[in-house]
Design a protein around this ligand. Structure first.
Ligand code: HEM
Length: 343
Protein backbone atom coordinates (compact mmCIF):
# COMPACT_ATOMS: atom_id res chain seq x y z
CA UNK A 1 0.00 0.00 0.00
CA UNK A 2 1.24 3.50 -0.82
CA UNK A 3 0.50 4.89 2.63
CA UNK A 4 2.11 3.54 5.77
CA UNK A 5 -0.46 3.76 8.58
CA UNK A 6 0.55 4.85 12.08
CA UNK A 7 -0.01 2.64 15.09
CA UNK A 8 -1.25 5.33 17.51
CA UNK A 9 -3.96 6.35 19.98
CA UNK A 10 -6.11 9.47 20.44
CA UNK A 11 -6.86 8.88 24.14
CA UNK A 12 -5.25 7.53 27.34
CA UNK A 13 -1.53 7.32 26.42
CA UNK A 14 -1.96 9.59 23.37
CA UNK A 15 0.64 8.05 21.08
CA UNK A 16 -0.67 10.06 18.09
CA UNK A 17 2.13 11.65 16.08
CA UNK A 18 2.69 13.29 12.71
CA UNK A 19 5.49 12.19 10.39
CA UNK A 20 7.62 14.94 8.78
CA UNK A 21 5.56 14.49 5.60
CA UNK A 22 2.29 14.87 7.54
CA UNK A 23 3.60 18.06 9.15
CA UNK A 24 4.44 19.52 5.74
CA UNK A 25 0.97 18.72 4.34
CA UNK A 26 -0.92 20.05 7.39
CA UNK A 27 -3.71 22.39 6.21
CA UNK A 28 -2.49 25.50 8.01
CA UNK A 29 -5.60 27.71 7.95
CA UNK A 30 -4.39 31.30 8.22
CA UNK A 31 -3.66 33.35 5.12
CA UNK A 32 -2.97 36.53 7.11
CA UNK A 33 -1.76 37.54 10.58
CA UNK A 34 -5.28 38.01 12.02
CA UNK A 35 -8.53 36.05 12.02
CA UNK A 36 -12.26 36.75 11.96
CA UNK A 37 -15.17 34.61 10.79
CA UNK A 38 -16.10 34.96 7.12
CA UNK A 39 -17.88 32.98 4.40
CA UNK A 40 -14.62 31.32 3.41
CA UNK A 41 -16.07 28.90 0.87
CA UNK A 42 -14.25 27.85 -2.31
CA UNK A 43 -14.74 25.07 -4.89
CA UNK A 44 -13.54 21.67 -3.69
CA UNK A 45 -11.96 20.96 -7.05
CA UNK A 46 -8.65 19.37 -6.21
CA UNK A 47 -5.43 20.98 -5.03
CA UNK A 48 -1.68 20.71 -5.17
CA UNK A 49 -0.27 17.18 -5.29
CA UNK A 50 0.14 15.68 -1.83
CA UNK A 51 -2.02 18.26 -0.03
CA UNK A 52 -5.23 17.29 1.83
CA UNK A 53 -7.15 19.20 -0.87
CA UNK A 54 -6.01 17.02 -3.78
CA UNK A 55 -8.45 14.10 -3.37
CA UNK A 56 -12.18 14.20 -2.73
CA UNK A 57 -11.82 12.33 0.60
CA UNK A 58 -8.29 12.61 1.94
CA UNK A 59 -6.82 9.38 3.32
CA UNK A 60 -3.61 9.77 5.33
CA UNK A 61 -1.32 7.98 7.79
CA UNK A 62 -3.91 8.33 10.59
CA UNK A 63 -6.69 6.46 8.76
CA UNK A 64 -6.59 3.08 10.48
CA UNK A 65 -6.05 4.52 13.98
CA UNK A 66 -8.87 7.05 13.52
CA UNK A 67 -11.28 4.29 12.54
CA UNK A 68 -10.30 2.28 15.63
CA UNK A 69 -10.90 5.35 17.80
CA UNK A 70 -14.34 5.83 16.21
CA UNK A 71 -15.25 2.21 16.98
CA UNK A 72 -14.32 2.73 20.66
CA UNK A 73 -16.43 5.89 20.89
CA UNK A 74 -19.42 4.19 19.23
CA UNK A 75 -19.22 1.12 21.46
CA UNK A 76 -19.46 3.47 24.44
CA UNK A 77 -22.18 5.71 22.99
CA UNK A 78 -24.17 4.46 19.96
CA UNK A 79 -26.05 7.79 19.74
CA UNK A 80 -22.99 9.33 18.07
CA UNK A 81 -24.43 7.89 14.88
CA UNK A 82 -28.07 8.67 14.14
CA UNK A 83 -30.24 8.84 11.04
CA UNK A 84 -33.89 9.86 11.09
CA UNK A 85 -35.96 7.44 8.96
CA UNK A 86 -36.40 9.80 5.97
CA UNK A 87 -32.59 10.19 5.68
CA UNK A 88 -31.84 6.61 4.69
CA UNK A 89 -31.76 7.47 0.98
CA UNK A 90 -29.25 10.24 1.72
CA UNK A 91 -27.17 7.60 3.52
CA UNK A 92 -27.09 5.50 0.33
CA UNK A 93 -26.23 8.57 -1.75
CA UNK A 94 -23.31 9.28 0.57
CA UNK A 95 -22.13 5.67 0.57
CA UNK A 96 -22.06 5.77 -3.25
CA UNK A 97 -20.18 9.07 -3.30
CA UNK A 98 -17.50 7.86 -0.89
CA UNK A 99 -17.06 4.41 -2.42
CA UNK A 100 -16.80 5.65 -6.01
CA UNK A 101 -14.48 8.54 -5.04
CA UNK A 102 -12.15 6.42 -2.91
CA UNK A 103 -11.97 3.60 -5.45
CA UNK A 104 -11.04 6.08 -8.21
CA UNK A 105 -8.69 8.22 -6.10
CA UNK A 106 -6.91 5.40 -4.21
CA UNK A 107 -7.12 2.29 -6.43
CA UNK A 108 -4.41 0.51 -4.43
CA UNK A 109 -6.41 0.88 -1.19
CA UNK A 110 -10.05 0.55 -2.28
CA UNK A 111 -11.92 -1.31 -5.03
CA UNK A 112 -15.57 -1.10 -6.03
CA UNK A 113 -17.06 -3.48 -8.59
CA UNK A 114 -20.62 -2.81 -9.68
CA UNK A 115 -22.88 -5.15 -11.61
CA UNK A 116 -26.23 -3.35 -11.68
CA UNK A 117 -27.30 -3.05 -8.04
CA UNK A 118 -24.93 -5.84 -6.94
CA UNK A 119 -21.86 -4.18 -5.49
CA UNK A 120 -18.58 -5.61 -4.25
CA UNK A 121 -16.48 -3.34 -2.00
CA UNK A 122 -12.93 -4.00 -0.88
CA UNK A 123 -11.21 -1.84 1.75
CA UNK A 124 -7.63 -3.12 2.07
CA UNK A 125 -6.32 -0.94 4.95
CA UNK A 126 -9.19 -2.10 7.20
CA UNK A 127 -9.34 -5.65 5.80
CA UNK A 128 -13.02 -5.39 4.77
CA UNK A 129 -14.66 -7.14 1.84
CA UNK A 130 -18.43 -6.76 1.38
CA UNK A 131 -20.88 -7.87 -1.28
CA UNK A 132 -24.24 -6.11 -1.02
CA UNK A 133 -27.23 -4.88 -2.97
CA UNK A 134 -27.31 -1.12 -3.42
CA UNK A 135 -30.40 0.40 -1.72
CA UNK A 136 -31.19 -2.84 0.16
CA UNK A 137 -30.30 -2.26 3.84
CA UNK A 138 -30.75 -5.94 4.73
CA UNK A 139 -27.55 -6.71 2.80
CA UNK A 140 -25.26 -4.53 4.97
CA UNK A 141 -24.31 -5.16 8.62
CA UNK A 142 -25.72 -1.72 9.59
CA UNK A 143 -27.32 1.30 7.92
CA UNK A 144 -25.52 2.76 4.86
CA UNK A 145 -24.39 5.95 6.63
CA UNK A 146 -22.95 4.05 9.58
CA UNK A 147 -21.38 1.46 7.28
CA UNK A 148 -19.44 3.92 5.15
CA UNK A 149 -18.54 6.40 7.90
CA UNK A 150 -16.97 3.64 9.99
CA UNK A 151 -14.53 3.56 7.06
CA UNK A 152 -14.14 7.27 6.33
CA UNK A 153 -12.03 9.73 8.33
CA UNK A 154 -13.81 12.79 9.69
CA UNK A 155 -17.26 13.41 11.08
CA UNK A 156 -20.18 13.50 8.67
CA UNK A 157 -23.49 15.33 8.90
CA UNK A 158 -26.33 14.86 6.42
CA UNK A 159 -28.66 17.82 5.97
CA UNK A 160 -32.17 17.66 4.55
CA UNK A 161 -33.23 20.72 2.53
CA UNK A 162 -36.78 22.08 2.89
CA UNK A 163 -38.52 25.41 3.72
CA UNK A 164 -35.44 27.30 2.47
CA UNK A 165 -33.35 25.87 5.27
CA UNK A 166 -31.07 22.93 6.08
CA UNK A 167 -31.95 20.45 8.83
CA UNK A 168 -29.38 18.25 10.53
CA UNK A 169 -31.18 14.91 10.47
CA UNK A 170 -28.43 12.30 10.23
CA UNK A 171 -24.79 12.07 11.14
CA UNK A 172 -21.75 10.21 12.41
CA UNK A 173 -20.13 12.56 14.91
CA UNK A 174 -17.32 11.12 17.05
CA UNK A 175 -14.51 13.69 16.65
CA UNK A 176 -16.26 17.00 17.16
CA UNK A 177 -15.04 20.27 18.62
CA UNK A 178 -17.44 20.38 21.57
CA UNK A 179 -20.89 20.01 19.99
CA UNK A 180 -23.34 17.14 20.07
CA UNK A 181 -25.28 15.38 17.32
CA UNK A 182 -27.73 14.04 19.88
CA UNK A 183 -28.45 17.64 20.99
CA UNK A 184 -28.49 19.19 17.49
CA UNK A 185 -30.41 16.53 15.57
CA UNK A 186 -33.57 18.02 14.06
CA UNK A 187 -32.23 21.61 14.29
CA UNK A 188 -31.90 23.95 11.31
CA UNK A 189 -28.86 25.91 10.10
CA UNK A 190 -29.55 28.98 12.28
CA UNK A 191 -30.47 26.94 15.35
CA UNK A 192 -27.36 24.76 15.50
CA UNK A 193 -25.15 27.81 14.80
CA UNK A 194 -26.82 29.87 17.56
CA UNK A 195 -23.91 29.58 20.09
CA UNK A 196 -21.31 31.04 17.66
CA UNK A 197 -20.34 34.63 18.67
CA UNK A 198 -20.06 37.59 16.21
CA UNK A 199 -20.83 35.61 13.02
CA UNK A 200 -24.59 36.24 13.15
CA UNK A 201 -24.11 40.03 13.37
CA UNK A 202 -21.62 39.89 10.50
CA UNK A 203 -24.27 38.22 8.28
CA UNK A 204 -21.99 35.19 7.80
CA UNK A 205 -24.72 32.59 8.34
CA UNK A 206 -27.31 34.28 6.08
CA UNK A 207 -24.84 34.43 3.21
CA UNK A 208 -23.52 30.91 3.80
CA UNK A 209 -27.03 29.43 3.89
CA UNK A 210 -28.03 31.22 0.68
CA UNK A 211 -24.97 29.76 -1.00
CA UNK A 212 -25.62 26.25 0.31
CA UNK A 213 -29.27 26.15 -0.73
CA UNK A 214 -28.08 26.63 -4.32
CA UNK A 215 -25.27 24.04 -4.12
CA UNK A 216 -25.17 21.90 -7.26
CA UNK A 217 -24.41 18.22 -7.66
CA UNK A 218 -20.88 17.68 -9.02
CA UNK A 219 -19.67 21.08 -7.75
CA UNK A 220 -18.66 20.52 -4.10
CA UNK A 221 -17.36 23.34 -1.91
CA UNK A 222 -14.93 23.45 0.98
CA UNK A 223 -13.82 25.66 3.86
CA UNK A 224 -11.43 25.48 6.80
CA UNK A 225 -12.35 25.98 10.44
CA UNK A 226 -10.03 25.73 13.43
CA UNK A 227 -9.83 25.53 17.19
CA UNK A 228 -7.32 24.47 19.87
CA UNK A 229 -7.24 21.10 21.67
CA UNK A 230 -5.17 19.94 24.62
CA UNK A 231 -3.71 16.50 23.82
CA UNK A 232 -4.38 14.90 20.42
CA UNK A 233 -7.90 13.86 21.29
CA UNK A 234 -10.52 13.29 18.60
CA UNK A 235 -13.52 12.86 20.89
CA UNK A 236 -13.85 16.33 22.42
CA UNK A 237 -17.63 16.01 22.75
CA UNK A 238 -19.87 17.62 25.39
CA UNK A 239 -20.89 14.06 26.35
CA UNK A 240 -17.31 13.34 27.46
CA UNK A 241 -16.37 16.81 28.71
CA UNK A 242 -15.66 15.32 32.13
CA UNK A 243 -12.81 13.35 30.50
CA UNK A 244 -11.12 16.03 28.40
CA UNK A 245 -12.19 19.29 30.07
CA UNK A 246 -9.92 18.80 33.12
CA UNK A 247 -6.97 18.07 30.78
CA UNK A 248 -6.95 21.78 29.88
CA UNK A 249 -5.61 22.41 33.36
CA UNK A 250 -2.60 20.16 32.80
CA UNK A 251 -0.85 22.65 30.50
CA UNK A 252 2.39 24.13 31.87
CA UNK A 253 5.07 26.34 30.25
CA UNK A 254 7.21 23.18 29.97
CA UNK A 255 4.67 20.97 28.20
CA UNK A 256 2.59 23.48 26.21
CA UNK A 257 4.60 22.85 23.02
CA UNK A 258 3.92 19.14 22.99
CA UNK A 259 0.41 19.01 24.53
CA UNK A 260 -1.34 21.95 22.93
CA UNK A 261 -2.57 21.21 19.42
CA UNK A 262 -4.00 23.32 16.63
CA UNK A 263 -7.10 21.49 15.41
CA UNK A 264 -8.06 22.23 11.82
CA UNK A 265 -11.24 21.05 10.17
CA UNK A 266 -11.37 20.64 6.41
CA UNK A 267 -15.12 20.85 5.78
CA UNK A 268 -16.59 19.90 2.42
CA UNK A 269 -20.14 20.24 1.13
CA UNK A 270 -21.74 17.91 -1.42
CA UNK A 271 -25.18 17.94 -3.04
CA UNK A 272 -26.44 14.35 -3.14
CA UNK A 273 -28.25 13.06 -6.24
CA UNK A 274 -31.37 11.08 -5.21
CA UNK A 275 -32.24 12.65 -1.86
CA UNK A 276 -31.23 16.25 -2.70
CA UNK A 277 -29.66 16.30 0.77
CA UNK A 278 -26.27 17.91 1.50
CA UNK A 279 -23.40 15.88 2.93
CA UNK A 280 -21.03 17.77 5.24
CA UNK A 281 -17.83 15.84 6.04
CA UNK A 282 -15.71 17.53 8.70
CA UNK A 283 -12.18 16.19 8.55
CA UNK A 284 -9.99 16.92 11.60
CA UNK A 285 -6.20 17.46 11.45
CA UNK A 286 -4.16 17.88 14.64
CA UNK A 287 -0.69 19.41 14.94
CA UNK A 288 1.21 20.23 18.15
CA UNK A 289 2.67 23.69 18.65
CA UNK A 290 6.12 22.09 18.65
CA UNK A 291 5.50 20.74 15.16
CA UNK A 292 3.92 24.00 13.97
CA UNK A 293 6.98 26.05 14.86
CA UNK A 294 9.14 23.67 12.81
CA UNK A 295 7.77 25.73 9.90
CA UNK A 296 8.95 29.27 10.81
CA UNK A 297 6.25 31.12 8.87
CA UNK A 298 3.51 29.15 10.63
CA UNK A 299 4.96 29.78 14.08
CA UNK A 300 5.23 33.51 13.43
CA UNK A 301 1.73 33.78 12.05
CA UNK A 302 0.00 31.63 14.67
CA UNK A 303 1.58 33.76 17.37
CA UNK A 304 0.08 36.93 15.89
CA UNK A 305 -3.33 35.38 15.22
CA UNK A 306 -3.74 33.99 18.73
CA UNK A 307 -2.31 37.09 20.43
CA UNK A 308 -4.77 39.40 18.66
CA UNK A 309 -7.86 37.16 18.52
CA UNK A 310 -10.96 38.80 20.10
CA UNK A 311 -11.61 37.45 23.61
CA UNK A 312 -15.10 36.22 22.64
CA UNK A 313 -13.61 33.88 20.05
CA UNK A 314 -10.94 32.52 22.42
CA UNK A 315 -13.70 31.90 25.02
CA UNK A 316 -15.99 30.21 22.50
CA UNK A 317 -13.18 28.03 21.16
CA UNK A 318 -12.38 27.04 24.73
CA UNK A 319 -8.71 28.01 25.06
CA UNK A 320 -8.96 31.39 26.82
CA UNK A 321 -7.67 29.79 30.04
CA UNK A 322 -4.41 28.76 28.35
CA UNK A 323 -4.04 31.63 25.90
CA UNK A 324 -1.33 33.54 27.86
CA UNK A 325 0.85 30.43 28.07
CA UNK A 326 0.31 29.56 24.39
CA UNK A 327 1.07 33.10 23.21
CA UNK A 328 4.13 33.27 25.44
CA UNK A 329 5.46 30.02 23.99
CA UNK A 330 4.82 31.09 20.40
CA UNK A 331 6.32 34.56 20.91
CA UNK A 332 9.73 32.88 21.12
CA UNK A 333 9.34 31.87 17.49
CA UNK A 334 8.18 35.26 16.20
CA UNK A 335 11.15 37.36 15.11
CA UNK A 336 8.87 40.22 14.03
CA UNK A 337 9.57 39.66 10.33
CA UNK A 338 6.79 40.76 7.98
CA UNK A 339 4.70 37.91 6.57
CA UNK A 340 3.28 37.82 3.08
CA UNK A 341 -0.43 37.19 2.39
CA UNK A 342 -1.32 33.58 1.56
CA UNK A 343 -0.36 30.38 3.29
C1 HEM B 1 -19.76 26.15 14.13
C2 HEM B 1 -22.34 22.73 11.91
C3 HEM B 1 -21.74 24.91 7.66
C4 HEM B 1 -19.56 28.54 9.91
C5 HEM B 1 -20.56 25.06 13.89
C6 HEM B 1 -21.05 24.16 14.92
C7 HEM B 1 -21.77 23.21 14.29
C8 HEM B 1 -21.75 23.50 12.88
C9 HEM B 1 -22.49 22.03 14.92
C10 HEM B 1 -20.79 24.25 16.44
C11 HEM B 1 -21.85 25.13 17.07
C12 HEM B 1 -21.83 25.03 18.59
O1 HEM B 1 -21.03 25.73 19.24
O2 HEM B 1 -22.61 24.22 19.13
C13 HEM B 1 -22.36 23.02 10.56
C14 HEM B 1 -22.98 22.18 9.57
C15 HEM B 1 -22.83 22.80 8.38
C16 HEM B 1 -22.10 24.02 8.63
C17 HEM B 1 -23.68 20.84 9.81
C18 HEM B 1 -23.31 22.29 7.04
C19 HEM B 1 -24.26 22.83 6.38
C20 HEM B 1 -21.10 26.08 7.90
C21 HEM B 1 -20.74 27.02 6.88
C22 HEM B 1 -20.14 28.05 7.49
C23 HEM B 1 -20.10 27.76 8.92
C24 HEM B 1 -20.98 26.86 5.38
C25 HEM B 1 -19.61 29.24 6.74
C26 HEM B 1 -19.35 30.37 7.19
C27 HEM B 1 -19.37 28.18 11.22
C28 HEM B 1 -18.57 28.94 12.17
C29 HEM B 1 -18.60 28.24 13.38
C30 HEM B 1 -19.44 27.08 13.16
C31 HEM B 1 -17.83 30.23 11.89
C32 HEM B 1 -17.83 28.57 14.67
C33 HEM B 1 -16.60 27.69 14.65
C34 HEM B 1 -15.49 27.99 15.64
O3 HEM B 1 -15.22 29.14 15.98
O4 HEM B 1 -14.80 27.03 16.05
N1 HEM B 1 -21.01 24.65 12.67
N2 HEM B 1 -21.83 24.11 9.97
N3 HEM B 1 -20.70 26.55 9.12
N4 HEM B 1 -19.88 27.07 11.83
FE1 HEM B 1 -20.89 25.62 10.91
Amino acid sequence: MTISFNDETFRDDYTFHNSPAAIRRFPFPFDQDSYMYSVNLEPHAGGREGTPFQKRFDVDEHYVAEMKDRAITLADDPLRCQSLPHMELAGWDFLELVMTSKAEDYPDLFTLNRDGDRWHWINRPLGIEQRFTFLDPTTLPCGPLEYITRQTQGDHALLDQRDDNLWMEAGMITSQADWSLDFDIGMNFYEWHAPVPRAHELGVFQRALKFLLALQQGAPSRRLNWTMTVNPRLDTSPENYHKWGPEKRTITPENVGSKQHLRVELQTLWRLPRSNAIAFPIRCYLLSLEDIVSQPKWGRRLHRVLRDLPDELAEYKGFAVNRPMIVDYLSRFDDGAPTSPGI
